[in-house]
Write a protein that binds this ligand. Structure first.
Ligand SMILES: *Cc1c(COP(=O)(O)O)cnc(C)c1O
Length: 418
């Protein structure tokens, strides 16, 4: 039986999968089972921050599997504590505390639960618990019942009613819509500083600042979902800092790039006081209030420490910023009418396509047509919405690799511009 045949027979058909069967990777390259090689600018959707099988990450995992892979959160893991310190001291650089989950959706569920605890501590004027979390159209927060309900996309909700109550959706980057956005039950606002799955849409500095001001004014928690954008991807350790660096969020969620390929997620809560008695926000989830069996085990923490230290020590954020400038300059110089815009920050970039120039068969989107064509000639990129494909190379990508990818893209896109 071939791999696609085994899938058909044994794996739930929840993903629309390409026929590609990758079996080996090194750096920015991936090989399929026939031995064909690809330049990988998908990177497991922004997961493999250091590229495939980076020696430092491989060695950290090898070493830790021989020491200790898992202990219960009943006990204390030096690696979990070290990773939390690394995140707080070197990446967030604000006083706070982290919880380790196994995915981005779980991290967001943690933030949603935190908002409810906060709403209990700081109730509405009539004494009732606040619980509502405001999120934004085109957002993506994950697929658990909680994270899916926070996600403001119809196609994600389809057939799964009733959703978890306590969410309201507003248009993104619309400052006027923020007025009247707050109700007595509202407790928090959650947003992606750079929306990823929804099409690579960057929050404007004005919008981010207006949201932060609204949170201050109405005693709401400000949460950033940096699951895709965080840890160097956007050109700074934290994505919001490339947009409005002075903002101090109350909570942050991460996953994808922080593990470089091992399943780890996390959320962070600020130490700031939430009442006159000085109760820290980060103290509201006390013993017994939240948990995860695997969360932050020694194996994934050793891996994540290697990834975050490599990003920091090699200043890969700066490389992301440099490569972004290079990519924007080169694509801009093509002056191809099919490219409507380049959106995003750092190495979370979306190339917007003019759908009118791309003949599209039934059931496909213009982005998928292009993505398939690029794959056929050796470049992997993920779509983002119907008319955009993403560039998500590893954070240590070289200019030569970027130029190779851009040459492939140019060749394909030129074919639509005669
Ligand atoms: C991928 C993603 C998630 C969900 O992460 P999972 O690990 O798939 O649960 C949440 N938020 C954002 C912004 C994402 O890109």
């Amino acid at each position: 039986m071939t791999t696609p045949e085994r899938y058909l027979q044994h794996v739930l058909p929840t993903y629309g999968r390409f026929p590609l069967v990758p079996v080996r990777g090194a750096g920015a390259r991936l090989w399929d089972e026939t031995g064909k090689s690809y330049l990988d600018f998908c990177m497991g959707i922004a997961v493999c921050s250091l590229g495939h099988c980076h020696p430092r990450l491989v060695e950290a995992i090898r070493h830790q599997t021989g020491e200790l892979m898992h202990v219960s959160n009943l006990y204390q893991s030096p690696l979990q504590a070290e990773l939390a310190e690394e995140i707080n001291v070197h990446h967030v650089r604000l006083p706070g505390k982290v919880f380790f989950s196994n995915s981005g959706a779980e991290a967001n569920d943690g933030l949603i639960k935190s908002a409810r605890r906060f709403g209990l501590k700081r109730p509405a004027a009539d004494g009732s618990q606040r619980y509502e979390v405001v999120t934004f159209l085109q957002s993506f927060h994950g697929r658990t019942l909680g994270a899916m309900s926070a996600t403001a996309q119809k196609k994600i909700h389809e057939g799964f009613d009733p959703l978890l109550p306590g969410f309201r959706y507003l248009p993104f980057n619309d400052i006027a819509a923020l007025e009247n956005a707050v109700r007595p039950e509202t407790a928090a606002i959650l947003l992606e500083p750079v929306q990823g799955e929804g099409g690579v849409i960057t929050a404007t500095p004005e919008f981010l600042r207006a949201v932060a001001a609204l949170c201050k004014k109405h005693d709401l928690l400000l949460f950033f979902d940096e699951v895709q954008a965080g840890f160097g991807r956007c050109g700074d350790a934290m994505a919001w800092r490339v947009i409005a660096p002075e903002i101090e969020p109350d909570g942050i969620s991460w996953a994808k790039g922080m593990g470089g390929g091992v399943p780890i997620g996390s959320f962070w809560l600020s130490d700031r006081a939430v009442d006159p008695g000085g109760t820290a926000l980060s103290s509201l989830l006390g013993p017994g209030s939240h948990g995860s069996t695997y969360g932050g085990n020694p194996l994934v923490c050793a891996a994540s420490l290697a990834v975050l230290r490599e990003i920091r020590e090699q200043d890969l954020e700066a490389n992301a910023t440099r490569q972004e400038a290079h990519i924007r300059e080169i694509i801009g110089s093509w002056k191809l009418p099919i490219v409507t815009e380049i959106r995003g920050k750092g190495l979370l970039l979306g190339i917007g396509l003019d759908p009118a120039l791309i003949p599209t068969p039934e059931g496909k989107t213009p982005a998928l047509v292009i993505v398939n064509q690029l794959m056929a000639i050796g470049l992997l990129v993920p779509p983002a919405g119907p008319n955009t494909f993403r560039l998500l190379p590893p954070l240590n990508v070289t200019t030569a690799e970027v130029d190779e990818a851009l040459a492939i893209i140019k060749g394909v896109l030129e074919g639509y511009c005669h």
